[in-house]
Design a protein around this ligand. Structure first.
Ligand code: FRU
Length: 446
């Protein structure tokens, strides 16, 4: 094994060098899935941000391409999205319909921060981008105003933009991507001072039973790491305003610590595919590094499921990933490998199980009880001590489980856990000194 890059994931995107955070500008276009991302190529901490770029035909074998967007005098390049402006509503396309990137520029001057939204366009399928000369296109004079997510709303023939302003999501509309009108603000009022939302997303889902709902997804960033993660609201959207319809309960997309700033792809028909930054701000800048730091989650398909508690999001690795990886089937027993890697589908026959990934010295443990509907993850014995945010056990109650199975995606520095009906997902990094070689499954009580 190449010790120099012993923390380099194989099935997950990581950049060749430097720091990465949020996935940006996810779009399927011209036969490729494009993944742009927050990137600081010159260092392994958050620095002056660029947009890095990678693409894949199967959502797994990522090819890193030249940097797409560099900082300029208007600021560094924060998170955002890309749309395909098929009708050339923006007029930026000339002969070819353009891809238009909508992103935040972050400007720090004399100790003051300003954030506003800018555009860049590509007429060569996303390989190169030109910044729009009229940037910024949306400036409210604010210091926290970021992460635009734009989509076409056919009923009103308008582009819709969501952007995060502290603990609120502002919604705007536009006919041409250049001039924006404020439509509404979504706000729950349940955040404390200094707790904020970032990276909003809004998607239309349909359950198997045919119920259609809009789901607003936000990344919640708080000093209390227990309240940090990706949160969602199920409701209605009328082209101007989002109305939440569900519960008193706070709904989390992922019970693990390592899924943040998750975003969905534009340009995919018939399914909703999401990728998250597989990390957590509480310790992201302390992770062991080898000239690169950070990775993305495996791409997942999201579903809206009807449960006894109401409508909930479920998720599974996309089919492409399951086809690409060898899926090992296991029930009770032990499997030894040189390096534990791949997809493991585990039957938990009697409803209770303990799963342990280990080498001679370190271990990662999962306990699950399908009757009590409870799952616990302990990664405190996985080498690096990255603080309590990293080592504390994490648990989660879940409401339904159609199959008594667990699917694990294991890759060098991470385990992604799914109940095999996709109702619950948890993403966890680990940094063991030596690769895990054994997976042991035991039936038993918690
Ligand atoms: C989320 C975030 C975004 C911002 C970006 C900066 O992780 O803080 O709100 O645009 O990272 O890199």
């Amino acid at each position: 094994m190449n010790n120099f890059e012993k923390h380099r994931p194989i099935y997950h995107f990581s950049s060749k060098k430097g720091w990465i955070n949020d996935p940006n500008g996810l779009i399927y276009h011209g036969g490729y899935f494009h993944l742009f991302y927050q990137h600081y190529p010159e260092g392994v901490v958050h620095g002056p941000m660029h947009w890095g770029h990678a693409r894949s035909k199967q959502l797994i074998d990522w090819e890193e391409l030249p940097i797409a967007l560099y900082p300029d005098e208007k600021g560094t390049i924060f998170s955002g999205c890309i749309v395909y402006d098929q009708e050339n509503t923006s007029g930026l396309g000339k002969e070819t319909a353009p891809l238009v990137a909508v992103f935040t520029q972050n400007q720090e001057k004399n100790g003051l921060t300003r954030q506003y939204q800018s555009l860049a366009y590509s007429t060569d399928g996303g390989m190169t981008f030109e910044k729009y000369a009229g940037n910024p296109v949306l400036d409210l004079g604010l210091s926290d105003f970021r992460d635009p997510k734009v989509f076409w709303y056919p009923e009103k023939k308008r582009w819709i933009m969501l952007a995060a302003v502290l603990d609120s999501i502002f919604i705007f509309s536009s006919k041409n991507l250049r001039e924006w009108k404020k439509e509404s603000i979504y706000y729950t009022g349940d955040l404390e001072k200094n707790e904020i939302w970032e990276c909003p997303d809004l998607c239309l889902f349909k359950t198997r039973e045919g119920i259609q709902k809009w789901v607003l997804i936000v990344s919640q960033n708080t000093l209390d790491y227990k309240k940090t993660g990706v949160r969602y609201f199920v409701g209605k959207f009328d082209g101007k305003k989002f109305y939440e319809e569900n519960s008193e309960e706070v709904l989390w997309l992922d019970f693990g610590r390592d899924n943040y700033a998750a975003a969905t792809f534009a340009g995919i028909e018939g399914r909703i595919v999401q990728v998250g930054w597989m990390n957590c701000w509480a310790y992201a800048q302390k992770l062991p590094e080898q000239g690169f730091r950070g990775s993305m989650t495996i791409p997942r398909e999201l579903y809206l499921l009807q449960t006894p508690m109401g409508l909930r999001l479920g998720q599974m690795p996309v089919e492409e990933v399951k086809e690409y990886l060898n899926v090992y089937r296991l029930s009770e027993g032990t499997l030894e490998m040189d390096i534990l890697l791949g997809a493991f589908l585990i039957d938990i026959h009697n409803g209770k199980g303990k799963i342990c990934l280990s080498n001679k010295k370190e271990r990662f443990m999962i306990d699950i009880d399908f009757d009590k509907q409870y799952i616990v993850v302990d990664r405190s014995k996985c080498g690096e001590n990255l603080g309590k945010e990293f080592t504390e056990t994490k648990n989660r109650n879940f409401h339904i489980s159609r199959q008594r199975q667990i699917l694990l995606i294991i890759d060098t520095t991470s385990v992604e856990i799914f109940t095999a009906g996709g109702e619950v997902a948890g993403s966890f990094q680990y940094f063991s000194k030596y690769p895990f070689q054994t997976i042991k499954v035991q039936g038993g009580t918690l």
